[in-house]
Design a protein around this ligand. Structure first.
Ligand SMILES: [Zn+2]
Length: 329
């Protein structure tokens, strides 16, 4: 196991009250899943799912994360991932074409299949937004793909309504696997979901007087977030996450932004300084939109080890809302 992931797992767990383990290598720890908690060993694919699962699990089940520092878009194969899967009783992933391909690859190298629950796929159609990665659309027929095609935008964890349903699905799955602790899972899921709903209500209140209801994002990660708060995202800078637009694409994007009067540009902490976002902001400013603002909105795809705890999702989401509320007019 990569040391960063290992440290992250441990830090996440110890922050949530799990005793740290001594005397064996990280890989051995991943393989043995040593824990003092009585319930299932739960593996989450990336940080928001880890956070939801940890809040439902409490002290009853053990929760770890497998792609915590990489996020769901560019997962590199790693034997440590296979070891973590091998020791898990259940794996929660987002699905909807995001980590599915990596999970399938890992499952193929296991001697026995580990149950995988794709939380995004359990969402009702009414809570899903159409669309898949533009990169896939462009690469149709190309030999190499980072991930599978999906019919829906996979960034469901960025919507509070969606997050609440994902928490409920985790609660139901844990209760089914571990009926002895079902009451605890139910209580904690309810308490956590009331925090999430409060967060949504606070966000709506923060944004209710804004007449400016649009902004643009760096990659197509904020559609659910925007929709939950009645905002629009008419454009996206990187149609393929991690890949800057070509000069021609950038020029066309600028023209559309100018026409639509887009003033607030959201960049992501995960993608560095956002070279193209800065280019868009500078160009719009030079065209007379003097108060163009570049803000940082975290799509919560990766977690910094030292930052992760049970309140991670709520804290980051609240910060996103506050930033946006300050920037929009
Ligand atoms: Zn994304």
């Amino acid at each position: 196991m990569n040391r960063r992931i290992f440290l992250r797992s441990l830090s996440g767990l110890s922050a949530l009250g799990v005793a740290t383990l001594a005397g064996c290598t990280p890989a051995e720890q991943a393989a043995t899943w040593e824990t003092t908690r009585p319930g299932p060993k739960v593996l989450a694919s990336f940080a928001p799912i880890q956070c939801f699962a940890a809040n439902v699990a409490g002290d009853d089940a053990t929760v770890r994360v497998v792609f915590g520092d990489q996020g769901p878009h560019h997962i590199k194969d790693n034997p440590a991932h296979v070891k973590m899967f091998a020791g898990a009783d259940v794996v929660f992933i987002n699905g909807l074409g995001l980590e599915d391909r990596n999970v399938k690859t890992i499952q193929r190298s296991l001697s026995k299949k580990v149950p995988v629950v794709a939380l995004g796929k359990l969402l009702p159609e009414t809570l899903l937004i159409e669309g898949s990665c533009a990169c896939c659309k462009e690469e149709e027929g190309a030999e190499e793909h980072d991930h599978d095609h999906g019919d829906h935008d996979p960034h469901v964890w960025m919507g509070l309504d969606q997050a609440v349903k994902m928490v409920e699905a985790i609660r139901d799955e844990l209760a089914r696997r571990d009926p002895a602790h079902a009451e605890g899972y139910a209580k904690r899921a309810e308490a956590y979901n009331s925090k999430l709903l409060k967060l949504k209500a606070d966000g709506i209140a923060m944004l209710k007087d804004k007449t400016e209801r649009q902004f643009i994002s760096f990659h197509e990660s904020l559609n659910y977030f925007a929709k939950n708060f009645g905002l629009r995202l008419p454009e996206v800078i990187q149609t393929n996450p991690g890949q800057e637009p070509t000069p021609k694409e950038l020029k066309q994007l600028l023209e559309r932004c100018e026409k639509k009067g887009i003033r607030v540009i959201a960049i992501e902490p995960q993608y560095g300084s956002g070279t193209s976002a800065k280019a868009v902001a500078d160009a719009l400013k030079s065209k007379g939109l003097a108060d163009v603002r570049t803000i940082v909105i975290d799509p919560l795809e990766t977690a910094v080890e030292s930052e992760f705890n049970a309140n991670w999702y709520e804290t980051k989401m609240r910060a996103n809302l506050e930033t946006l509320a300050k920037a929009l007019k």
